[in-house]
Design a protein around this ligand. Structure first.
Ligand code: ZN
Length: 405
C-alpha cells in the first residue's frame, strides 16, 4: 500500500544522546539501543471514520521517535499497518449502505492527507490487512502445527484461537491482572464469553467465513484474519523476530499488544518481541476521551480547512507530554499559534550560537520525549534577543517536525 510523501528533513550535525523511552512492560524509562537500523512497528488505523486529533497525537509522538533516531544516525525500518478488514469497518459500511472497500479507501486517503499536512515522516512499509492475508494464513498454519493454536469446540464455526499459555510470558507486556485483562478483552473486540475456548482470554486468529462477510480462500478454511495476528505477521515478516519499539495508543496495551507479542513469540521462539512497548495517551474533548462512540471528535482536516496552520496543530499536540491523557481545545491551538509565531520571528535572527539551549532542548527530547520542557527551552531562546536563529530552527525542524522558516 502506498504511504504518503516524505517531508524534507534538515541534517542535525551534533551527536545526540541515547533516546530514553518509557516501556510499559517494565514500567520504567530506559534507553533505546537500536543497532545501525532501528526497527519500529506502530499500529495503524482501522479506516472506518475520519482520523481525529487523537490519532494525530499518537502518530506525531512516534514521528518524534523516528526523527530522533534518524538524526542520531540510524537507518529506521518503520512499519505501520492499516486494519482494512475488521468488524467496526464492516459494521459501519453496512450501516451506511456502502462497500467496505470504498469506505476504507476513502478514509485511508484522508489519513494520508492529514499525515502529509502534519509533516509526519512516512513508514518504510505501509501494509494493509487485506494485502497481508496470505501472511496471516501462513502464520496461523505454523501456530496450529506447533500446538500454539487450536480450533474452538464449535460444530458450526470451528474458528482458530491462540492458546495464551504457549509462551509462558502472557501478561508481561501490559502487566495487568486477570480481572483487568478480562474486562478489557470484552470492551476491546475480544470474546471472553465465547464457549469452547481453552482459556477465556484466548484471542481469535482466524475467523471462518460467515454469510455476508468478506473472506479469503485458505488451506485452514475460507475466512478472515483476527486483529492481533495481522500485526504480528506484518511485523515479523518485515522487521524480524525482535524489534526495538512496538507502539500505539494506550488503548492498545491490552489485548492488542499483549496478544500480538504473544503470537510473534510463539511463532519465532524469541522473547521479548519488543525492547520497548510505548504508548501514547488519549486526547480528550469537553472533559472526555475523544472517541467515535461518544462523537466528541476534532478532525485535522476540518481544522486545516478552517485555516489552522498544521505546524500550530503539531505544536499544540506537543505542548503536553505524549503519555498523558490531555485535553484538546481551540484555546490550546490559539496559544500554539502564538508560540509558533514568536519562534518563527526568532528563527530569522542573527546572533550568538545557542549552544547551551540546543543541548538542553535535545536532552529534554532524549528524556522520554519531554516536549513540554523542550518547548519551554524554545520559548526562552525566542525571548533572548541575543541568540541566533538558523541553527536552532534546523534542529527544531529535524527533531520536532515544526518548520520555522
Ligand atoms: Zn496492531
Amino acid at each position: 500500500m502506498q504511504a504518503w510523501s516524505p517531508p524534507a528533513i534538515p541534517p542535525v550535525t551534533r551527536p545526540l544522546p541515547d533516546l530514553n523511552l518509557f516501556d510499559t512492560s517494565t514500567g520504567s524509562v530506559r534507553a533505546t539501543t537500536p543497532g545501525p537500523t532501528a526497527r519500529m512497528y506502530v499500529c495503524g488505523i482501522t479506516p472506518y471514520d475520519a482520523t481525529h486529533i487523537g490519532h494525530a497525537a499518537t502518530y506525531v509522538a512516534f514521528d518524534l521517535v523516528h526523527r530522533y533516531w534518524l538524526a542520531a544516525g540510524h537507518a529506521v525500518d518503520y512499519v505501520q499497518n492499516v486494519t482494512d478488514v475488521d468488524d467496526p469497518l464492516l459494521e459501519r459500511a453496512q450501516r451506511d449502505g456502502i462497500d467496505w472497500r470504498d469506505l476504507a479507501a476513502e478514509q485511508i486517503q484522508l489519513f494520508r492527507s492529514d499525515m502529509t499536512a502534519l509533516r509526519v515522516v512516512p513508514p518504510t512499509h505501509y501494509v494493509g490487512a487485506v494485502e497481508a492475508v496470505g501472511e496471516v494464513v501462513e502464520a496461523v498454519d505454523k501456530l496450529l502445527a506447533s500446538g500454539a493454536a487450536y480450533r474452538v469446540d464449535d460444530d458450526a464455526y470451528p474458528d482458530v484461537y491462540f492458546d495464551i499459555r504457549t509462551t509462558g510470558h502472557f501478561g508481561y507486556a501490559s502487566g495487568y491482572d486477570e480481572p483487568t485483562m478480562l474486562r478489557l478483552a470484552a470492551e476491546r473486540g475480544g470474546d471472553p464469553s465465547r464457549p469452547g475456548k481453552r482459556q477465556l482470554l484466548d484471542p481469535l486468529l482466524w475467523r471462518l467465513a460467515r454469510p455476508g462477510e468478506p473472506s479469503w480462500e485458505a488451506p485452514i478454511g475460507r475466512g478472515r484474519p483476527g486483529w492481533h495476528i495481522e500485526c504480528a505477521a506484518i511485523a515479523v515478516n518485515r522487521l524480524g523476530p525482535q524489534i526495538d519499539v512496538q507502539g500505539g495508543g494506550s488503548d492498545l496495551i491490552f489485548p492488542h499488544h499483549e496478544c500480538s507479542a504473544a503470537h510473534a513469540e510463539a511463532w519465532t521462539g524469541r522473547h521479548p518481541f519488543a525492547g520497548h512497548y510505548v504508548h501514547a495517551g488519549m486526547m480528550e474533548l469537553d472533559g472526555e476521551k475523544m472517541s467515535k462512540s461518544l462523537g466528541n471528535l476534532a478532525f485535522v482536516s476540518t481544522l486545516v480547512a478552517g485555516g489552522a496552520d498544521p505546524a500550530a496543530i503539531r505544536v499544540a499536540l506537543l505542548a503536553s507530554h505524549y503519555r498523558s491523557d490531555r485535553p484538546w481545545s481551540d484555546d490550546l491551538l490559539a496559544r500554539a499559534a502564538t508560540r509558533l509565531a514568536r519562534w518563527r520571528a526568532a528563527a530569522a535572527r542573527p546572533g550568538a550560537a545557542p549552544d547551551a539551549e540546543m543541548t538542553t532542548f535535545v536532552a529534554a527530547l532524549a528524556d522520554d520525549l519531554d516536549t513540554p520542557r523542550a518547548l519551554s527551552v524554545l520559548d526562552a531562546w525566542a525571548e533572548d534577543g541575543s541568540l541566533a536563529g538558523a541553527q536552532m530552527a534546523r534542529t527544531v525542524d529535524a527533531l520536532l517536525g515544526v518548520d520555522l522558516a
